[in-house]
Design a protein around this ligand. Structure first.
Ligand SMILES: Nc1ncnc2c1ncn2[C@@H]1O[C@H](COP(=O)(O)OP(=O)(O)OP(=O)(O)O)[C@@H](O)[C@H]1O
Ligand SMILES: [Mg+2]
Length: 266
């Protein structure tokens, strides 16, 4: 479905993602694990170019290497992104939020017109799929956290995505709601053959839902296997703090932060 070759992201002197090669298949449910700061969000954002990678390529079936603005736009249109904090417009209804999912891929002239009956019917279908048809006309701000995340998923579905990327979609939910949301994402992945990549902090949820676990540490892939291979020793390796102080980026010392500030001011 899509492949990354040598994908890397550098922030000033900090390497958030070292050159990374991965291939993702349609209908596969991959979970990204790793400690805070490991590079999970960076990888997800580079995958659909919400963040422009510093180096490397993303290659997508039927699109080829994403190396032009038009292809980047096409990649974003085929990728539904589910955010931790939902990123909904709270004063709009659930339905309006789902319709917003179609805006990015609608020509500007068309987006100035009222939504067509077909668009609205399809958006209602997306809400029905996440179990929220009854809440279509309720303002998003009135919904619970779990319901808001369902609207976020319906908004991603409204794009008719071939890829779904979800960055900690259950971070602010209780254990039962977390399982419900992952169950929903897994069902969508299976039924629609959508390539799905989800970052999580809960190892037990990765074990329960993932086809494949990819663990990052210090911006590098340190584990890539089915969840049954996620042994205690593998987890120790993933989550141990192996940061070598001497290899930290140099602006992490006070003197060098000052040097960066002075260089910017100059
Ligand atoms: N815009 C930015 N500018 C500078 N450094 C950044 C930026 N975004 C991320 N980083 C750095 O890149 C590294 C990876 O961050 P990232 O957010 O990808 O980690 P993460 O694995 O998603 O962490 P978490 O589990 O806490 O969400 C971190 O060291 C972070 O400080
Ligand atoms: Mg993150």
């Amino acid at each position: 479905m899509f492949t990354i070759h040598g994908l890397t992201k550098q922030y000033q002197t900090r390497t958030a993602l070292h050159p990374t090669d991965l291939a993702f298949k349609a209908g596969q449910f991959s979970v990204l694990l790793g400690p805070s700061g490991a590079g999970k969000s960076t990888l997800l954002h580079c995958l659909n170019q919400l963040t422009v990678p510093t180096g490397g390529t993303v290659e997508v079936e039927d699109l080829g290497i994403v190396d032009t603005a038009a292809k980047r736009h096409a990649l974003r249109c085929m990728t539904g992104f589910v955010f931790q904090q939902h990123q909904l417009i709270l004063r709009q209804t659930a339905l309006a939020n789902v319709l917003n999912g179609r805006l990015g891929c609608t020509p500007l002239w068309r987006s100035l017109l009222p939504w067509s009956r077909k668009d609205v019917t399809e958006a209602l279908g997306c809400l029905e799929r996440v179990g929220l048809l009854d809440f279509a006309l309720i303002r998003a701000g009135r919904l619970s956290g779990g319901q808001q995340q369902r609207v976020g998923i319906a908004r991603a579905l409204a794009q008719n995505p071939r890829i779904i990327l979800a960055d900690e979609p259950v971070a602010s939910l209780d254990p039962t709601k977390s399982e419900e949301i992952l169950d929903l994402l897994l069902n969508i992945c299976r039924e629609d053959g959508i390539c799905t990549v989800v970052s999580l902090h809960q190892v037990e949820l990765a074990r329960k839902f993932a086809d494949r676990v990819i663990a990052l540490k210090d911006g590098r892939v340190v584990f890539d296997a089915p969840p049954c291979e996620l042994s205690e020793s593998a987890l120790d390796e993933i989550y141990s703090s192996g940061v070598d102080v001497s290899s930290r980026p140099k602006e992490e010392t006070g003197e060098d932060v000052l040097a960066v500030l002075e260089a910017k001011a100059a």
